[in-house]
Structures are given as structure tokens and as C-alpha cells.
Design a protein around this ligand. Structure first.
Ligand code: SF4
Length: 291
């Protein structure tokens, strides 16, 4: 990674000792904020909230990113590997139900070092856009209890339009298939191990969402499918008029009906009312909490 980074499918080849890669990360770990998150799936947030660590930078860079300030590395706080291990410990001491690593694909080697310094006693959740290399996932697999990938786009045309990456589905489908092999361990409503695949329905993309539902059903996995209707216009969407509205009840119903007809057993379904800025964490420096 140090001389020519090829950690993720972008393979930008940047020397991260000298400059930032396409993902916005250099060789230092950068965290925007961390804290207890009450609005993840109920089995993840459970009673006390998920101990969420938001890393900055992103190798996928969706134009409508709901955490835009983070993914473009505009909000950054450098921490050492030892400090990151200390964050895991601090969250655990605050009563976090788990450690939830958000968009950390570009920090996999750092995470492995941090876990060698401190191994949390609570489950570790890997929360990702799924545009990942299998080798990187295998490298960190032994430290992860719950895989929490997004499955964002089926059509190469749509992923190209919103991320510049035509091979999103090709890469992400392999990554998600790898993650769904993890057996679920859910006791008394809390997930200790397993996989939840999320999908956010986008305006004008209900048919693409249905393709994702059908693809997921074809895996015949016990993993959970979490359908989200919380799309809120954000980010660099000036050139994308179709993204400047929320999804309609009709669009959501089309995907929801496909999900109910798919035979997928384990489902989370978000209410359309969740499409509100109040569910997007506050990344300003003015507060110590996420919400
Ligand atoms: S992780 Fe970042 S620096 Fe490394 S290949 Fe991907 S985009 Fe480039």
C-alpha cells in the first residue's frame, strides 16, 4: 500500500506516503467522528446504540452521498493506530453494543494493526459500500463478526453515472456473496454475527432495485436484506435533476412488493418517514454526539 496502493478495485496506484489516493486517504488514519448510533437496524443499535466510527474518504464516491463531508475527506481528524485502538476501547466502555466501522475499506491494513493492539470484547461490524477486493476482505475477515454491506447498483450504466465505476455490480456482487457466507447468530434481538445487506432505493431506479432484490434472492442465503427508503437529496447532484427529490411511495412499493414476492426470509424494512435529515449524523465539531 505504501508505494503503490492497489488495496481497492480502483487500483489508483498512489504512493500514500507522499499523497492522497483517489479515495482521499493518505497513509494516516482519518476519523471524522465516533459515538453511539441509535438508528442502525434494531439488532445492530439494540439497546445502547452501535459504537460507530466514521472514517473519512471513500473509494466509491457516489454523487448523492448521504455523508458527503466525510466521503470527500472534508472533515478529518488524524489518529494513530494506537489512538484508533483506544477509540474501540472507549466506545466499549460507553456501553456500545458493537464497534461499527463505517467505510473503512481504504484503511484495512491500519485496522488489522489496531485490532492487534486491542481486540474488542463486543462484536465488530464492517459497514461498507461493497466495492471491495476479496483479498482485502479475507485479510480482515477474522476480526469481523457482522458484515454490513450496501448493494447499491445493478446496472453498469447507473453505477457509471453516479460513481464513475462501471464495474460496481461485478465487484460488489462477489464481495457481498463472500460476506453472506457468515452464519447469523441473533439472540434476544441482538446480532452477534452474520450479514445484513442494505439497499437504498434511488429516485427513478426502482427497476434497478428489483433486479438487486432478485439477485440477492438467487443467493439463497440466510443473510438479512434491509430495504431503505431514506434517500435524501445531498451531495454533488446539481447535474442530476432526477436525484433532487425523495423517492415516491409508488417507487418504494414496487421494490417492497418484489421483496415480499422474492422468497427472502430475513427482511428489515424502513419506513418512508425515515427520509429526513434528522437521521443523518451531525459531523460538525460543535457537538460530542452523532445526533
Ligand atoms: S484504497 Fe485509495 S489509494 Fe488505495 S487503490 Fe483504492 S482509491 Fe487508490
Amino acid at each position: 500500500m505504501a508505494e503503490k496502493c492497489t488495496l481497492c478495485p480502483v487500483e489508483c496506484g498512489q504512493d500514500r506516503e507522499k499523497r492522497r489516493g483517489y479515495c482521499g486517504a493518505d497513509n494516516a488514519i482519518s476519523v471524522a467522528k465516533y459515538g453511539l448510533h441509535p438508528f442502525e437496524e434494531p439488532c445492530i443499535s439494540f439497546r445502547n446504540g452501535s459504537g460507530t466510527v466514521f472514517f473519512t474518504g471513500c473509494s466509491l464516491r457516489c454523487v448523492f452521498c448521504q455523508n458527503f463531508e466525510l466521503s470527500r475527506a472534508r472533515v478529518t481528524r488524524e489518529v494513530s493506530v494506537r489512538e484508533l485502538a483506544g477509540i474501540f476501547q472507549a466506545l466499549e466502555e460507553q456501553g456500545a453494543e458493537n464497534i461499527n466501522l463505517v467505510t473503512a475499506a481504504h484503511y484495512v491494513p491500519h485496522l488489522i494493526q489496531a485490532f492487534s493492539l486491542y481486540r474488542p470484547k463486543i462484536p465488530v461490524v464492517y459497514n461498507t459500500h461493497a466495492y471491495e477486493k476479496i483479498d482485502a476482505l479475507r485479510a480482515i475477515d477474522r476480526y469481523i463478526d457482522v458484515w454490513l454491506p450496501d448493494m447499491k447498483y445493478f446496472s453498469p450504466k447507473i453505477s457509471l453515472r453516479y460513481t464513475g465505476r462501471e464495474d460496481y455490480f461485478e465487484r460488489a456482487s462477489h464481495a457481498v456473496a463472500f460476506m453472506t457466507q457468515r452464519k447469523n447468530d441473533v439472540r434476544d434481538g441482538k446480532m452477534y454475527a452474520g450479514c445484513i445487506v442494505r439497499h437504498l432505493v434511488l429516485p427513478l431506479c426502482a427497476s434497478d432495485s428489483v433486479q438487486i432484490v432478485n439477485w440477492f434472492a438467487s443467493l439463497r442465503s440466510d443473510a438479512y436484506f434491509s430495504l431503505m427508503g431514506q434517500y435524501t437529496p445531498c451531495g454533488e447532484i446539481g447535474k442530476f435533476p432526477e436525484l433532487q427529490r425523495r423517492i415516491t411511495p409508488r417507487e418504494y412499493k414496487k421494490v417492497r412488493n418484489a421483496l415480499f414476492a422474492s422468497g427472502i426470509k430475513n427482511i428489515f424494512l424502513q419506513e418512508l418517514g425515515a427520509a429526513d435529515e434528522k437521521f443523518i449524523p451531525d459531523f460538525s465539531d460543535n457537538t460530542d454526539t452523532l445526533f
